[in-house]
Design a protein around this ligand. Structure first.
Ligand code: DGL
Length: 281
């Protein structure tokens, strides 16, 4: 009997659920622990040193507690910064990251005008600028740092209907026209944004391809489990058996609890892990 892989999926909040869904679809046998560091949300506004220290401190606790086989950092804002630190600290654990899907967007775009919609942190990272130089030098790339879209996505998961004007104010800068040419691909470089995909499609001033890397990340997880860890697919883990942990220690409201249950998460763990660390509050 193959052993059930334990996969930890980590984000600052609810955005990583878009990645979790694809991991569950591709590896139904995996037993998933979703961790929302909602006490630290939003990561987009944290300074780089503070973010590295925070995620490193959380990982010590999470790895000690849950001994996952693989960890997905389902957050662009964290991945573009903390992956090298985590890989160096835990060489025995495979980490799968989420970085802006600039390469596929540049390859797919016909107009060669692409936009990258991300948190202000991700837009400012050297890592992101390097991806643009390496893979999209032949494109006109517009980087758009959104202050509020991740929080709007959080609110909509909690049952609030977002105002169209609020979403439009965040995405407007992605739509660029240059003579007859215009943006045709927009990279969703924050895992929260695909939670709003229906609204984004409806409100877009013209049709574009929205690039959500969740499936590609899940394929990478599957590859790591299969090839690196030799964990071939076994019996499916029952839906409802998966868990979600919230670092705020605040219980999710009923609408969110329902949304989590629909995504296969039946158990909520409330763990204010870092409350004793005032430096990380
Ligand atoms: N979901 C996160 C990302 O992919 C960030 C949201 C935030 O905490 O600012 O970048």
């Amino acid at each position: 009997m193959p052993r059930t892989p334990h996969v930890l999926v980590f984000d600052s909040g609810l955005g990583g659920l878009t990645v979790l869904a694809e991991v569950m679809r591709l590896r139904p046998d995996a037993y998933c622990m979703y961790v929302a560091d909602d006490a630290g949300f939003p990561y987009g506004r944290l300074g780089e040193a503070a973010l590295v220290a925070r995620v490193a401190a959380l990982m010590v606790w999470l790895i000690g507690q849950f001994a996952p086989d693989a960890i997905v950092i389902a957050c662009n804002t964290a991945s573009t910064l903390v992956l090298p630190h985590l890989r160096a600290a835990y060489p025995q654990i495979p980490f799968v990251g989420t970085v802006p899907a600039i390469k596929p967007a540049a390859a797919q775009s016909r107009s060669k005008m692409i936009s990258v919609l991300a948190t202000p942190g991700t837009v400012a990272r050297d890592y992101t600028r390097e991806l643009v130089r390496t893979y999209a030098a032949h494109c006109a790339v517009t980087l758009v740092g959104s202050d509020r879209l991740a929080a709007i996505a959080e609110a909509s998961m909690k049952g609030e209907k977002p105002a169209d004007a609020d979403i439009l104010a965040e995405i407007g800068g992605c739509f660029v026209e240059d003579g007859a040419a215009r943006t045709d691909c927009i990279v969703l470089a924050c895992t929260h944004y695909p939670l709003l995909l229906a609204e984004l499609e409806r409100l877009a001033p013209w049709r574009v391809t929205w690039i959500d890397p969740a499936e590609a990340i899940a394929r990478r997880v599957d590859h790591v489990l299969d090839e690196d860890l030799g964990m071939v697919e076994g019996e499916p883990t029952p839906r409802g058996a998966h868990r979600a942990l919230f670092t705020s220690g605040i219980a999710p409201a009923p609408a969110l609890k329902d949304a989590l249950a629909k995504r296969g998460i039946g158990k909520i763990v409330l763990e204010p892990i870092l409350l004793e660390r005032p430096d990380l509050r």
